[in-house]
Design a protein around this ligand. Structure first.
Ligand SMILES: *[C@@H]1O[C@H](CO)[C@@H](O)[C@H](O)[C@H]1NC(C)=O
Ligand SMILES: *[C@@H]1O[C@H](CO)[C@@H](O)[C@H](O)[C@H]1NC(C)=O
Ligand SMILES: *[C@@H]1O[C@H](CO)[C@@H](O)[C@H](O)[C@H]1NC(C)=O
Ligand SMILES: *[C@@H]1O[C@H](CO)[C@@H](O)[C@H](O)[C@H]1NC(C)=O
Ligand SMILES: *[C@@H]1O[C@H](CO)[C@@H](O)[C@H](O)[C@H]1NC(C)=O
Ligand SMILES: *[C@@H]1O[C@H](CO)[C@@H](O)[C@H](O)[C@H]1NC(C)=O
Ligand SMILES: *[C@@H]1O[C@H](CO)[C@@H](O)[C@H](O)[C@H]1NC(C)=O
Ligand SMILES: *[C@@H]1O[C@H](CO)[C@@H](O)[C@H](O)[C@H]1NC(C)=O
Ligand SMILES: *[C@@H]1O[C@H](CO)[C@@H](O)[C@H](O)[C@H]1NC(C)=O
Length: 424
């Protein structure tokens, strides 16, 4: 055996553990310090890590080639391992588990493959999947995309599988150095007409508004763009939002930061930094409404929302509707929707019910579909571009305060007219 050959053999033997593949099978295990899975496109890596300023060990997924450690998923976020003896293993049932040297279980995948040939694979999308290696490899017994932490990845369904009750939503890290569940969550709320809500513990801090057929009504900046496309699916089986990258050259993620900000960032390979692409909240109240708690609007978290200046009367004196353009529609959790009702009928339906406070079309792309709101209109505001038309019931007092001639009831004001009145 030549020395050169021996050297090569030695080198490749040492290289072997670090050039891990993208999958592991029943007899494989992945130990802390001893291995990792790398997706075949080399974008993502699964292994044990410690956050900045922490010695705690977690199994997670991060960007393989990005130097700034950017973790997109954490398995044992609630149960860190305090030493470096952690190992990811299969049970005899085909479940994935994280154990330490004492055999203590720190995490386990909730489903098993029920076969003797389970395979765990880190896909090019960054999804860790568990499948039956002897069966259909497109059927997953378990997948990390069904159990997101704080990051919404391209190709991941954000929302509900109504058949199983699975709700895929994000929970912030506790702090930049601690992946345990923080106080912020963001999810699709199914009450009334579905919308996306961010909560600080149980208090709603941000609403995207409902899907209006083209985008989240209150996220006007979310428009067609060169980086990704998106889709919203709402049927009897599923309600979810998903985005997909137009090009593999772009690295972007949407995440709920530990301070509650929901942000989209794009990796800038030139500066080697994540740059902000979109973020929320970003809001102002409409005319006729004041901030419920004006001081809240000076903070980024607008917890209070907007309230009506004058209480509504119904019947005598008459209420009218003010048309507001480009608005984020109010909280739709108590709204009713009739998906087949046309626009005129929608207006009538609202007028005829004294508790109806506003109406709008539920699908701006078809103009069909009727949303009616009842009670206080919470958290409605105007956007320079985007949003949609909202018809708000106002008391006669609000409509006439500028001294304009009385209009026939019902009155439809254009937003411009309201502005005129207020400046007189
Ligand atoms: C992990 O699985 C392998 C193969 O089944 C087994 O030999 C090993 O004891 C397991 N490790 C732990 C810590 O359970
Ligand atoms: C970790 O700390 C380094 C050095 O202080 C910093 O540059 C980096 O941004 C931090 N990473 C995260 C994810 O906070
Ligand atoms: C495997 O499944 C059986 C039957 O559900 C259960 O009793 C057993 O505890 C499981 N074993 C492991 C290691 O999870
Ligand atoms: C594994 O078996 C359990 C219990 O019989 C079943 O509920 C589950 O759906 C099975 N999982 C797969 C992937 O077949
Ligand atoms: C979005 O782009 C992906 C990748 O080009 C494509 O496969 C998918 O069909 C597109 N989806 C929509 C809703 O346009
Ligand atoms: C990122 O930049 C490095 C040099 O800084 C270059 O070698 C690499 O090809 C770039 N990657 C991409 C995806 O542009
Ligand atoms: C919806 O109705 C419930 C029960 O009446 C009430 O507690 C809640 O404040 C309402 N939400 C909105 C946004 O109007
Ligand atoms: C007005 O609408 C509310 C909510 O749908 C409903 O509960 C109520 O019965 C309606 N009132 C009338 C008079 O139709
Ligand atoms: C909205 O209308 C468009 C055009 O008619 C239709 O393709 C789409 O499915 C509708 N969206 C919803 C959520 O109903």
């Amino acid at each position: 055996m030549s020395q050169q050959w021996l050297l090569l053999a030695l080198l490749s033997a040492f290289a072997a553990p670090s050039t891990a593949g993208d999958s592991m099978t029943a007899t494989d295990s992945l130990s802390d310090g001893g291995g990792a899975l790398v997706s075949s496109n080399e974008l993502y890596k699964l292994g044990f890590f410690s956050p900045n300023n922490s010695n705690r060990r977690y199994l997670g997924i991060w960007y393989h080639k990005i130097q700034v450690q950017t973790v997109v998923w954490v398995a044992n976020r609630e149960h860190p391992i305090l030493d470096r003896t952690g190992v990811l293993n299969f049970t005899e049932n085909g479940t994935l588990v994280i154990l330490d040297q004492t055999g203590t279980v720190f995490w386990s995948s909730s489903s098993a493959t029920n076969t003797s040939s389970p395979v765990a694979r880190l896909l090019d999308s960054g999804n860790l999947v568990l499948m039956d290696g002897a069966g259909d490899t497109n059927v997953f017994a378990w997948q990390s995309f069904d159990h997101p932490t704080d990051t919404h990845m391209p190709g991941m369904k954000f929302g509900w599988d109504l058949r199983t009750g699975l709700n895929r939503y994000l929970t912030s890290w506790k702090s930049a150095d601690d992946p345990s569940p923080g106080e912020y969550t963001i999810m699709i709320d199914l009450h009334g007409w579905p919308q996306v809500l961010t909560r600080d513990l149980s208090v709603v801090t941000f609403r995207t508004g409902p899907w209006n057929g083209l985008r989240w009504n209150g996220a006007p900046k979310l428009m067609a763009n060169s980086i990704y496309n998106y889709t919203y699916v709402s049927n009897n089986d599923e309600v979810y939002y998903m985005y997909q990258l137009r090009s593999d050259a772009v690295v972007t993620r949407l995440f709920l930061d530990h301070s509650g900000a929901f942000e989209r960032v794009v990796w800038d390979n030139g500066t080697q930094l994540w740059t902000k692409y979109l973020s929320g909240p970003n809001d102002m109240c409409n005319s006729g409404f004041s901030p419920k708690s004006p001081s809240d609007w000076n903070l980024r978290e607008a917890k209070g929302g907007c309230v009506r200046n004058t209480k509504l009367g119904c019947g005598e004196g008459g209420d009218g509707f003010m048309k507001l353009s480009d608005v984020k529609v109010p909280d739709s959790s108590n709204a009713t929707v009739d998906a087949t009702m046309g626009f005129d009928e929608c207006a009538k339906k609202c007028l005829m019910n004294c508790s109806c406070t506003a109406y709008a079309t539920s699908n701006i792309s078809s103009g069909i579909g009727c949303l009616n709101w009842f009670g206080e209109l919470i958290d409605s505001r105007t956007y320079p571009n985007g949003g949609q038309d909202l018809y708000v019931r106002l008391a006669a007092l609000d409509l006439d305060e500028g001294g304009h001639r009385k209009k026939k009831w019902p009155i439809l004001f254009e937003e411009e007219e309201m502005v005129d009145k207020e400046t007189e």
